[in-house]
Design a protein around this ligand. Structure first.
Ligand SMILES: Nc1ncnc2c1ncn2[C@@H]1O[C@H](COP(=O)(O)OP(=O)(O)OP(=O)(O)O)[C@@H](O)[C@H]1O
Ligand SMILES: [Mg+2]
Length: 267
């Protein structure tokens, strides 16, 4: 059994990916009338409401400046809303105090838009960092780091400096760092941003394999081409407002041919 499968309860009663907002018991992320304004600016998010159910994978789209990164930062409590509530696993993260943040973030794997890789240390050490912060012993953390690197196909690069990796490899390194804690929720901000189509497909396949073992994912992209030929849930932001009603936002985009780019089994 793959290490990932051993830590995620895929037998949870809420397994449907197309649950409705009435199925509140399984809601993993819930925005309720959330507005956000940065100091001195106007509203970046306006009355945003949606829910993401356990085991769901959704894409957050919208033009540059639409508020995608801001929305993801609210989930991780990196930013706070001016009004409304953001619930993660039924906990209102909008009001969390500093001491509670590590517990929230232990459940989250975050892939930042600007990577946040550390170039003063090698690939292995970049991935190990979150475990060091949590106080894992060396043996257990080494095992987890190698499993995460293996998952993204970078095991043979563990001693390399991240600067020597290609753009796609750096993206995969960010994924390894995000999954090493074995989070139940993953937030990915433009993970395929500057990649060519093949790299983007590889990364989407990795996300799909996490989703297949029960991880809940919210992935932002301004690049609609990565969604082509996929039946996926799309949450679209325009000038900070949700465009598509959440209940009807499962969208088949130009689905003329079956999607053969995604694995049928988790690896
Ligand atoms: N820390 C900040 N302080 C002030 N304004 C900010 C801050 N972060 C973002 N903004 C503003 O909020 C708006 C939304 O930004 P955000 O980064 O959420 O958009 P985005 O949809 O992720 O865009 P992109 O596709 O370019 O990454 C923009 O107008 C931006 O200038
Ligand atoms: Mg952004």
């Amino acid at each position: 059994m793959h290490y990932w499968e051993s830590v995620h309860d895929t037998t949870h009663s809420c397994t449907s990916k197309h649950t409705t907002s009435t199925n509140r018991g399984c809601s993993v992320i819930a925005f309720n009338q959330v507005s956000k304004r940065y100091p001195g600016g106007s509203d970046v998010l306006k009355n945003v409401s949606f829910e993401l159910q356990k085991g769901e994978m959704a894409f957050l789209t919208g033009h540059s400046g639409a508020g995608k990164s801001t929305l993801l930062k609210l989930i991780a409590a990196i930013e706070r809303p001016n009004s409304g509530s953001v619930l993660v696993n039924n906990q209102n993260v909008s009001v969390l105090k500093g001491g509670a943040l590590p517990y929230l973030r232990r459940n989250l794997g975050i892939i930042f838009q600007d990577h946040k890789l550390l170039f003063d240390r090698n690939v292995f050490d970049n991935v190990q960092l979150p475990l060091q912060i949590c106080g894992f012993d060396h043996k257990e953390s080494s095992k987890r780091v190698r499993a995460a690197l293996d998952k993204v196909g970078l095991l043979n690069r563990e001693k390399s400096n991240p600067i020597t990796l290609s753009g796609g490899e750096q993206q995969r390194l960010c994924i390894a760092r995000a999954i090493v804690n074995r989070p139940t929720i993953m937030l990915a901000d433009e993970p395929t941003g500057s990649l060519d189509a093949q790299y983007a497909e590889d990364i989407m396949a990795i996300f799909k394999s996490f989703n297949q073992v029960g991880v809940t994912l919210l992935i932002s992209t301004h690049d609609a081409s990565v969604l082509r030929n996929k039946q996926v849930r799309v949450i679209e932001l325009k000038q900070g407002e949700i465009q598509t009603p959440p209940s009807s936002s499962y969208t088949a985009i130009a689905s003329q041919t079956p999607d053969t780019t995604l694995p049928s089994q988790a690896t």
